[in-house]
Design a protein around this ligand. Structure first.
Ligand code: R5P
Length: 312
């Protein structure tokens, strides 16, 4: 087995390599003077089972291009099997046409990865499970829920917990987390409604959150608007506290500042995306490592054993 890292998240790649006790492949993934990506693999990979570790996080186009060019380099170097390990799959939110004359970019990115030469894909908490079907190659979608559930048991055990989905679309994810917690924690949903065009959005809470320690769960925090507004609505409805667990800390623009000034007691994210300095400096944000989960999934793919049993 070989592990090749792009530049998107080297600490995560190193942590996966440490878990697997396999060194990162000696390669350079660099830029020409005009910013073109250039890849050179300095080891023989002929006949090898190679895993490329690269999130397509910001700068998403550059990181995507690195992934595609690494794949091409490996294919031309006669790797036996190439797995694109994409802990954060960018463009996933563009998984349908929101209006006429708009693209389905998630499908385009899936086509690009396949055309570049990937034989399989490994991702974490794809924005929508159906994105697996955008690939005509085997695609494993890992869930951060077991990592989050273990952390919740460690930090919030004994509290009157309620798992909350910040929107109707996230109910399946919230229910899966609730099932993993002791006593199968109850569920609430934040339902955002705008009754008439031009009226401001009203947040209705479905479920009684009074006195509860609420655990908001979502796949992505980008601007932070969804979560911070949901946290405010939950506190207004009488919640005792609100903590958020998110798989992908995109945290663009002023999101970190927004979290720091929000009603959230704590924001817990995973390391699928490299944390910025401002994220690291924010004492309201904690990062859990997903490296052992990804490392174990890679080991099982290489050994041709079950990946789904990781989530039993
Ligand atoms: C949307 O469907 C996603 O699950 C997230 O809720 C959304 O991407 C979060 O974005 P923001 O932090 O900008 O509100």
């Amino acid at each position: 087995m070989k592990l090749l890292a792009g530049n998107s998240n080297l600490p995560l790649a190193q942590a996966i390599a440490t878990y697997l006790e396999v060194p990162l492949t000696n390669a350079s993934v660099r830029r020409f003077a005009d910013e073109e990506v250039f890849v050179e693999i300095h080891e023989n990979v002929r006949g090898e089972d190679v895993f490329i570790l690269q999130s397509t996080s910001s700068p998403c186009n550059d990181n995507l291009m690195e992934l595609l060019i690494c794949t091409d380099a490996l294919r031309r170097a006669s790797a036996k099997r190439i797995t694109a390990v994409v802990p954060y799959f960018g463009y996933a939110r563009q998984d349908r046409k929101p209006g006429p004359r708009t693209p389905i970019s998630a499908k385009l990115v899936a086509n690009l990865i396949t055309t570049a030469g990937a034989d399989r894909v490994l991702a974490v908490d794809l924005h929508a499970g159906q994105i697996q079907g955008f690939f005509d190659i085997p695609t494993d979608n890992l869930y951060a829920a077991p990592v989050m559930a273990a952390d919740i048991q460690q930090h919030y055990a004994g509290q009157d917990l309620m798992v909350v989905s910040p929107d109707v679309g996230g109910v399946v994810r919230a229910r899966a987390l609730a099932k993993r917690l002791d006593d199968n924690a109850p569920l609430a949903i934040v339902d955002k409604r705008r009754d008439k065009p031009g009226q401001s959005e009203v947040m209705n809470i479905i479920g009684d959150v009074k006195g509860r320690a609420c655990i908001l769960i979502d796949d992505i925090i980008d601007s932070g608007g969804t979560l911070c507004n949901a946290a405010e609505a939950l506190m207004a409805a009488g919640a005792a506290s609100v903590t958020a667990y998110l798989t992908h800390g995109v945290l663009s623009g002023k999101a970190v500042e927004r979290v720091a000034g929000s009603a959230l007691k704590e924001l817990v994210i995973t390391d699928t995306i490299l944390a910025t300095e401002s994220t690291k400096a924010c004492d309201r944000i904690r990062v859990l490592s997903i490296a052992p989960l990804i490392g174990e999934a890679i080991r099982r793919i290489a050994d041709e054993s079950s990946v789904s049993s990781l989530f039993d």
